[in-house]
Write a protein that binds this ligand. Structure first.
Ligand code: 5GP
Length: 194
């Protein structure tokens, strides 16, 4: 079992509706040592891949992205969410349905922060149905940049996002992949990975 799987088992809390709460080290309080280990593990898994920008989405992806930006010594950009679709010429805009908040979000990045020359490693805390990830990929494509990899802390393997992204040919690395979790027994089964 790797460090993140162990941390999830010791500190995670499964909620009804297929939600894993890891508020005490990632989604509310942030454990810097775990963030550092996530960043170094992603860097190890993407060895040989040229990266000149890290992209994530607010809010929880920012902690992982910041640590990874430090490890790669490249800028990080986070897509912002907005309720209104007030599209302007200086933004790349996309849309993502939020699994946790059950609503559609507009997501955007201002044009000066994504370029055709960017080799982007996209990172996020969770991968579930892949909605947030597809919106981020769309933003990079609009800018003419290249998605060189997708790094995830926790993939919920029972949901379709991971399978879709792998099928689409993306280099996806998830440090912990949950194949089953049960809110009544609090049991979690991880996939053998990495
Ligand atoms: P997706 O867009 O892949 O369906 O969902 C990914 C996004 O939803 C992530 O950015 C994450 O913030 C949130 N999310 C999805 N599932 C969970 C979960 O079980 N726990 C937490 N804390 N966030 C989740």
């Amino acid at each position: 079992m790797n460090f993140l799987e162990e941390k999830i088992l010791s500190d995670g809390n499964i909620k009804q509706g297929n939600i894993l709460k890891i508020d005490n080290f990632l989604n509310h309080q942030i454990d810097i040592d775990i963030m550092r280990q996530i960043a170094y593990e992603l860097k190890r898994r993407f060895r040989g891949v040229e990266v000149n920008k890290i992209l994530t989405i607010e809010a929880s992806g920012i902690a992982i992205a910041t640590m990874l930006g430090h490890v790669y010594d490249v800028p990080i950009v986070f897509a912002k969410k907005s309720e209104t679709a007030n599209s302007t010429d200086n933004k790349y805009m996309s849309q993502a349905y939020s699994f946790t908040h059950k609503k559609m979000n507009n997501v955007f990045v201002s044009k000066p922060y994504l370029h055709a020359t960017d080799k982007v490693l996209i990172v996020d805390d969770f991968l579930a149905d892949g909605q947030a990830m597809h919106a981020l990929i769309d933003l990079v494509n609009q800018a003419g940049g290249e998605v060189v990899g997708i790094g995830i802390a926790v993939e919920k393997g029972q949901q379709k996002g991971g399978a879709m992204l792998r099928e689409e040919g993306y280099h996806l690395e998830s440090i912990a992949i949950i194949d089953e979790m049960n809110w009544e027994t609090q049991e979690i089964k991880f996939r053998n990975n990495g």
